[in-house]
Write a protein that binds this ligand. Structure first.
Ligand SMILES: Cc1cc2nc3c(=O)[nH]c(=O)nc-3n(C[C@H](O)[C@H](O)[C@H](O)COP(=O)(O)OP(=O)(O)OC[C@H]3O[C@@H](n4cnc5c(N)ncnc54)[C@H](O)[C@@H]3O)c2cc1C
Length: 238
């Protein structure tokens, strides 16, 4: 990579969003440079790990649903161009008090966008899921078209496909700061200075460092995870 090169777009951070941005931009003909401070993927970004839930009946707000529908199409596209499976359909069971905001949110999203949700009950759930103890007064909703996506594998595939489509991607290189020179962005990195007509900032939890003048307050919070070894693995077998 020659220092001082000029690109159409520089993508800062090649994680979940940045790897896909590099691919779609390069595939559309843009001259792309992706810059990643660690490896692709890495264990420090939000994407670390082997699975992320994907679902359409978004209880957070129905406005997310069209984005989710688009995401499903894009995962299918990634599978088609790579020949690899990244989406695994498992279905998703929601169980909780009927008037809980998660349960009502799932219902609203599914009714607004016609997403299939099977209404079931705790005893039927217990029959098909003997490993779960669901209180008898709980509401049970099952979303068949939900499952999980493999984040690290997907990022690697998007980065590979971006490079095949003409993008350049450098790793182990941190963007320290950038300047808008009026029509051209000057990007200062640990591997030298690069120029771009446009910047895409997909730096995830580091965004306040890359965009210090951002007016929206962003706070990175620690996500604590725990794994439990089931007494009987057969209940969880696919
Ligand atoms: C524990 C946990 C569980 C989650 N579960 C789910 C789930 O089940 N379903 C779901 O949909 N979502 C889930 N999420 C959220 C999802 O993983 C994130 O929304 C997504 O990974 C964010 O992608 P991103 O591209 O914004 O950030 P990241 O994937 O973190 O990518 C940012 C990249 O930018 C790089 N970078 C940052 N600053 C610089 C710099 N200055 N120079 C160069 N490179 C830089 C970083 O190294 C990193 O690789 C979960 C998140 C966590 C943490």
């Amino acid at each position: 990579m020659r220092e001082g090169s000029i690109f159409g777009v520089i993508v800062i951070g090649v994680g979940s969003m940045g790897s896909a941005a590099c691919y779609y931009l390069a595939a559309s003909g843009a001259k792309v440079l992706g810059i990643e401070q660690f490896d692709i993927p890495n264990d420090k970004g939000s994407h670390a790990g082997q699975s992320r839930i994907i679902r359409k009946a978004y209880f957070e707000h129905p406005d997310y649903v069209p984005l989710l529908q688009r995401a499903y199409e894009n995962w299918k596209h990634l599978e088609a161009i790579s020949g690899e499976q990244v989406y695994f359909k498992s279905g998703l069971l929601y169980a909780g008090p009927k008037d809980h905001s998660i349960m009502t949110g799932v219902r609203i999203a599914s009714e607004t966008y016609g997403i299939r949700i099977d209404v079931t009950n705790p005893s039927a759930c217990a029959a098909s899921n003997p490993h779960l103890a669901i209180p008898s007064d709980y509401d049970c909703l099952f979303e068949p078209d939900a499952g999980f996506v493999t984040p690290e594998k997907s990022i690697r595939l998007y980065a590979d496909k971006a490079i095949e489509s003409g993008a350049e991607i450098i790793t182990g290189t941190k963007v320290e700061y950038w300047k808008d020179k009026g029509g051209l962005f000057e990007v200062f990195t640990t591997a030298g200075v690069f120029f771009a007509e446009k910047l895409v900032i997909t730096s995830g939890p580091w965004t306040t460092q890359v965009l210090p003048a951002l007016s929206v307050p962003l706070k990175v919070t620690r996500q604590v995870l725990a794994w439990v070894m089931p007494a009987s693995r057969t209940c969880f077998a696919g």
